[in-house]
Design a protein around this ligand. Structure first.
Ligand code: PMP
Length: 416
């Protein structure tokens, strides 16, 4: 089956709005647009099914409860988990990583070690720093060359005190995808817990946690055409079973006494309070939507656009390319030689081309690579060839104008 980005794009109502007729949306690593079935599912939930779950047993409450458990089953299939007890709904990757940092680290001993990398999103750095400070743990980083983690050298930072290895499945700042089979191989004989931050990866690859071999996997629905404010944590059942709960409150208890409580079984033990029910309905629709697509063809299309962008930018004397074409999940990061990244973003914005400029919540990568502010264009399957042409043409025009005004120096602001 051949993939048509033009046809695929038609399923996303935002692009059909008159004001977006010329929009070139290349900020997909920040969040993706939503297809009609997802928008309808959120709307339909409020129109027809709005009621809280579990607490009562009237018709609408039962419908809501069934909906949540059906979405859990879809999420289980989406990542090939063994059981729905292994799927914990949460607000997204950030919340899932905070949950893991809290619940895993409170069981560790002072001096135990956690391994992360310079390419992590802040969501996979800061929770570990907070937990390390609280429990006197040591944070170690995968060896890197100019900021780029050398995942095949992971062994150098592993030792008998290593307890948790929490690494990206794909960097949101430079698109780098580690070879997860190499990481699996290196961790094979170690008694460590392996977490994959799949926030970016889940949009670009069919996930199979059995094949990956990780203990935990986190993702956010809004990165793969679902609503914001919802995501999930996959965890091996035995591990989730042995972990203490995180938030306390309604829904996560079996019995409450004066001095203590008994907790609910998995997965509810980790789902205190009312879930984002409409967003969960949207997540279910996004998972159905993805299940109907030819994911291989989508990825091939995204990869072709990503290679095209890298080829053009690496050949241009006007840009310094920061991302690499190889093992890239669809992100090109670069800085203009003339002018500043921020100026370039405004130039593009005036032409209705949406890219991101900044540190992309990956300041460690910026500090270690020397490029703290970059322009990031990130593709999704609805990006067309004409999107890429429009983007490249706008870059050319920007360079022509910069050369005319004669700002011959690389802007200091690219090196903040
Ligand atoms: N990890 C990565 C690699 C990400 O790209 C993001 C979002 N940019 C997150 C974690 C956090 O995701 P969220 O903000 O949806 O919780």
């Amino acid at each position: 089956m051949s993939f048509s980005a033009e046809q695929f794009k038609k399923q996303f109502p935002l692009f059909a709005q008159e004001e977006n007729a010329n929009l070139v949306y290349l900020d997909n690593a920040a969040t993706t647009q939503k297809p009609l079935p997802v928008i309808n599912a959120v709307r339909d939930y409020y129109m027809h099914s709005s009621a809280n779950t579990h607490r009562s047993s009237h018709r609408l409450a039962r419908r809501s409860t069934d909906m949540v458990e059906q979405v859990r089953d879809k999420a289980k299939q989406f990542v090939s988990a063994a059981s729905t007890r292994e799927i914990i709904f949460c607000r997204g990757a950030t919340e899932a990583l905070n949950l893991l940092a809290h619940c895993l680290c409170c069981e560790l001993q002072p001096g135990d070690e956690i391994v992360i990398s310079t390419a992590e999103h802040h969501a996979n750095i800061v929770p570990w720093q907070m937990a390390a400070a609280r429990h006197n743990l040591t944070l170690r980083y995968v060896p890197h060359i100019a900021g780029i983690p050398q995942f095949d050298q992971l062994e150098e930072v592993l030792n008998e005190r290593t307890r948790v290895v929490s690494l990206t499945g794909g960097s949101n700042a430079i698109g780098l995808r580690p070879d997860l089979s190499v990481i699996r191989q290196l961790l094979r004989r170690m008694q460590v817990l392996w977490i994959v931050d799949g926030a970016q990866l889940a949009a670009h690859e069919k996930i199979d946690v059995q094949k990956i071999g990780c203990d935990f996997f986190v993702c956010s629905a809004h990165k793969f055409y679902g609503p914001s404010g919802v995501g999930f944590l996959y965890g091996r059942e035995a591990l989730l079973q042995s972990m203490p709960p995180w938030h306390g409150g309604g829904e996560m208890i079996a019995e409450v006494e004066f001095q203590q409580s008994r907790y609910a079984d998995l997965p509810h033990k980790f789902e205190a309070g009312t879930s984002p029910l409409a967003a969960l309905a949207g997540l279910g629709a996004a998972l159905d939507f993805l299940a109907r697509q030819d994911r291989t063809a989508m990825v091939e299309h995204e990869q072709r656009l990503t290679r095209w962008l890298h080829r053009e930018l690496s050949a241009s004397p006007n840009f310094r390319l920061i991302s690499q074409e190889r093992h890239n999940l669809g992100i090109v990061a670069f800085v203009p030689i003339h002018g500043s990244a921020a100026d370039l973003m405004h130039w593009l914005d005036e032409r209705d081309i949406a890219v991101r400029v900044g540190h992309h919540c990956a300041q460690l990568l910026g500090q270690t690579s020397g490029h703290q502010v970059t322009v990031r264009a990130s593709v999704a399957a609805y990006n067309t060839d004409s999107d890429i042409q429009a983007f490249l043409q706008a870059l050319d025009e920007y360079c022509e104008v910069q050369q005319l005004v004669g700002s011959g120096q690389e802007s200091a602001s690219n090196r903040w």
